[in-house]
Structure formats: structure tokens, C-alpha cells
Design a protein around this ligand. Structure first.
Ligand code: UD1
Length: 425
């Protein structure tokens, strides 16, 4: 298991290429099993979670091979198994998004229930309700969701999600593509990942309208074909690196970043004092003369993303004044707070809100990564802390950030990756 050693204090200056979005790529890979044609995904990030999804697809008898640095070719000529086993699903919750595609293509799917998760309970009840609305027969057996297509096949339906769910919307949209008739999804997630998935499915021959809004209309088709698609830029990586620029007093040009996908986080950065300069190839983010605390509340897209909450909170620990950060999507998503305390941050949690009072300096310390976004927030803290910070258990980081240590080093960060012999032993 690796760890990162970071010497804080360097300004980050330079250009960084933003990778393809992990959360989009995982669902695009799942959707690729809905056709016996070949699907080519460009701009696919090389990440631990993508490797896990490849393993999951391999278990179903589907080949997903790298054919270039960031190009993957997926060919689901035949589906040999309908089971997504516990061993894989427990490592990566997004495995649940093979449920809709498997069901629609193969007629039967068995996907392990994901179980608990570090950032909250994260149930899949709404995925199940939505697929039932299309006529799927679903039973929960021995920790598995067992879903079958009824004798007449899946049928289009109108279903309104009682709560916005990204994965639930994606699962229903994918299943509806091969259902008979029209499906209307109400209160759909508007996240860019959903729109990217719909764009690829339409290129495969699906008829989806309204993805990216809260009402998605899908007219079922008989069959899908292969296609080539480029994964949308990772808005969470872009937002994270924008924070790195501002916190370190630096100036980063984020090549490939899409301003329209991070409008809300960029607005917070502007209000905190940063200069934001969108241009034809990305977004330049430059620290201002001051860093001011700003209140934040996480919300479904286009609101402020929960996946950037830990990073922005870390920035607020060294801002002037106080900021109130409220998490509305996941309970228990403040696990970075005790680690930030160890680095000298002043944060008080009250229910779903954290009151952050800015301090002059953070101090380097050994810290432990607990989940994906929490782990990158500790790296950000290490970049500005006095002295050395060691971030242990960075396998969380490797699940979602492509070569982040290399990208940061190339812009002036002092950061090295070491094997953690003590943990490995
Ligand atoms: C996705 C993202 C994750 C992001 C989250 C919210 C991927 C792989 N992951 O996760 O990074 O933080 O969106 O933007 O794309 N819920 C239910 N029942 C369900 C499903 C969800 O109650 O059946 C609840 C969840 O517990 C949570 C909320 O709905 O409180 C939103 O979750 P959801 O949007 O489904 O998150 P994911 O799709 O799992």
C-alpha cells in the first residue's frame, strides 16, 4: 500500500491536463454491455475503479481492453454470466449500475447489495423501485438483488424519483432504452455524467431526450449498436485542482476543464477572492490577494457537488473569517475533519453542518485517508502545511485521481510516493 509524503509551502504554477470523468466512464462501461457491437471509449482515466469495472465485466464474459493510453475497447459479444459478485461490488458501489444494462440485454441480473459505505448508508431502494416500474420482477435473495424481465419484456412507464439519485436515474435510463414504448423519468438527476451517458446511448441508437434536465424521455428501441465516444472531462478533478491553485497562492491552467460543469464551485472560488479565467481550451485559476471564507451547501447538480465538499472545506481552514459548510446529500461525510484537526484546523461539526474558523497555518502531520474525496483533501492540506505531511492509505486516492501526484509535482509541489512497508507487512 502506498503513501504520499508532502512538503508544504510551494505555489503551484503551470498547466494540468484534466482527465476523463471516473463517474461517467464507469457507467459508459456498464452501458457498453447493452450491445453486441464494439464500443470504443476515448479519454478513459487509468484508475483503480476502472480496473475494478473491467474485472466485473470480465466476470460477465465481456472483454474490456486498453487499446491506447486512455482508450478502451469493450466488446460484449455474448453475456456469459448474470452475476456481479459481492467481492467486486463491496469494493466499488458503482457496480450497481450494471443492474439495468444486464437486465435489459440479458433478461436476468444478479447484483450483490453494496452493503455499508464509509460515507453513509447509501441504499439502492430507488434503483429497485424504478426498475420495478418498468415491470422487472425483483427479489432480494442472500444479499443479492435478483432481477428478471417479465414474460412480455420490460415496458416503458412514467416514474418520478422521490429523491434525486444519480445511479438510480442511470440504471432506469439504461433499462428503459431497450423497453417497449415510452418511459418518462421525473425528478431525474441532472449531473453531467447522466447527460454523457445519454449521449453515448443515443450514438448507439437509443432515443433519449432531456438528459441533463429533470425530465428524461426515452423511446424504447429493439437493439443497440457499437459506437465511439469520448468521456466527458472530470469536473471533480478540475474543481479539486482549482482549489490547489487558490490554496497555494498559485496559478494553474486546467486544460480540458469545462467551466459550464463547475460553474457553482468556480463562483465560490471567485467569492473567496480567486481570479477565474475560462478560455477556449479550459479554465485558468489564479489565487487572489486574499482568501475569504464563504458558506457552502451541497446539492444535486447544478448545485455545489458533495464530491468537492471536503476539498473546499480544507481551503476554508486557512481562509479569513468563518465559513459554514452544510452537507445535504450524504450523512457521515465529514470524515476528513478529525484528520484536519490533527493538522491544526479549527472546525466544529453540528449535525450536517461544519463551522470552519480560518487559522493562519496548517501544520504537517501523519494522516489517514478514509475515502476518495477525503483523501485528496488531505493532500491539499499537505500542500500548504508547514513541514511534512504523510498521507497514508492512498489507495482511496488512486480509485479516483489519475496520476495526481505526478500532475501536482509537475507544477511545483514537493510530493513523493512511497511503499508503506509498515502497512504492507
Ligand atoms: C454518485 C457518484 C458519487 C456522488 C453522488 C452524488 C458515481 C459512481 N458516484 O453516487 O461520487 O457523490 O452521485 O452526487 O457516480 N439514495 C437512496 N436510495 C437509492 C439511491 C440513492 O436513498 O436507491 C440516496 C443516497 O443515500 C444519497 C442520495 O440518494 O443520500 C444521492 O445518492 P446518489 O445520487 O444515488 O449517489 P450515487 O449514484 O451512489
Amino acid at each position: 500500500m502506498d503513501r504520499l509524503r508532502i512538503q508544504g509551502g510551494n505555489k503551484l504554477i503551470g498547466k494540468i491536463q484534466i482527465s476523463g470523468a471516473k463517474n461517467a466512464a464507469l457507467k459508459l462501461m456498464a452501458a457498453a454491455i447493452m450491445t453486441d457491437g464494439k464500443v470504443t471509449l476515448n479519454n478513459t482515466p487509468r484508475l483503480a475503479d476502472i480496473k475494478t469495472m473491467r474485472e466485473l465485466l470480465a466476470g460477465l464474459g465481456v472483454s474490456a481492453e486498453w487499446s491506447g493510453d486512455n482508450q478502451m475497447k469493450i466488446h460484449a459479444q455474448n453475456i456469459m454470466s448474470e452475476t456481479a459478485p459481492y467481492d467486486i461490488v463491496r469494493k466499488m458501489r458503482a457496480s450497481i449500475t450494471v443492474l439495468g444494462p444486464l437486465l435489459a440485454r440479458h433478461g436476468h441480473a444478479r447484483v450483490s447489495l453494496p452493503g455499508g459505505c464509509a460515507i453513509g448508508a447509501r441504499p439502492v431502494d430507488l434503483h429497485i423501485e424504478a426498475l420495478k416500474a418498468l415491470g422487472a420482477e425483483i427479489a432480494l435473495e442472500e444479499g443479492y438483488v435478483d432481477a428478471r424481465v417479465p414474460p412480455g419484456g420490460l415496458t416503458g412507464a412514467k416514474y418520478t424519483f422521490p429523491k434525486v439519485t444519480v445511479g438510480g436515474t442511470e440504471n432506469m435510463m439504461m433499462a428503459a432504452v431497450l423497453a417497449k414504448g415510452t418511459t418518462i423519468i421525473g425528478n431525474a438527476a441532472r449531473e453531467p455524467d447522466v447527460a454523457d451517458l445519454a449521449a453515448m446511448l443515443n450514438c448507439m441508437g437509443a432515443k433519449i431526450e432531456g438528459a441533463g434536465t429533470d425530465t428524461i424521455t426515452i423511446t424504447g428501441v429493439e437493439k443497440l449498436n457499437g459506437c465511439t465516444h469520448t468521456v466527458v472531462a472530470d469536473r471533480i478533478e478540475a474543481g479539486t485542482l482549482a482549489v490547489a491553485a487558490v490554496m497555494t497562492g498559485g496559478d494553474l491552467d486546467l486544460i480540458g476543464a469545462r467551466e459550464d460543469l463547475i460553474a457553482m464551485p468556480l463562483d465560490i472560488l471567485r467569492r473567496a477572492g480567486a481570479f477565474i479565467e475560462p478560455h477556449a481550451n479550459g479554465v485558468r485559476v489564479k489565487a487572489g490577494d486574499y482568501l475569504q471564507g464563504v458558506d457552502i451547501m451541497t446539492e444535486p447538480f447544478p448545485g455545489f457537488p458533495t464530491d468537492l465538499q471536503a476539498q473546499f472545506m480544507t481551503m476554508m481552514t486557512i481562509a479569513s473569517g468563518a465559513s459554514m459548510i452544510t452537507e445535504t446529500i450524504f450523512e457521515n461525510r465529514f470524515m476528513h475533519v478529525p484528520e484536519l484537526h490533527r493538522m491544526g484546523a479549527d472546525i466544529t461539526i453540528h449535525h450536517a453542518s461544519a463551522l470552519v474558523r480560518g487559522v493562519k497555518k496548517l501544520k504537517g502531520a501523519p494522516v489517514m485517508a478514509t475515502d476518495l474525496r477525503a483523501s485528496v483533501s488531505l493532500v491539499l492540506a499537505g500542500l500548504v502545511a508547514e513541514g511534512e505531511t504523510t498521507v497514508n492509505r492512498i489507495y482511496h486516492l488512486d480509485r479516483g485521481y489519475e496520476a495526481v501526484d505526478k500532475k501536482l509535482s509537475a507544477c511545483g509541489a514537493q510530493i513523493i510516493r512511497e511503499k508503506d512497508e509498515a502497512i504492507a507487512a
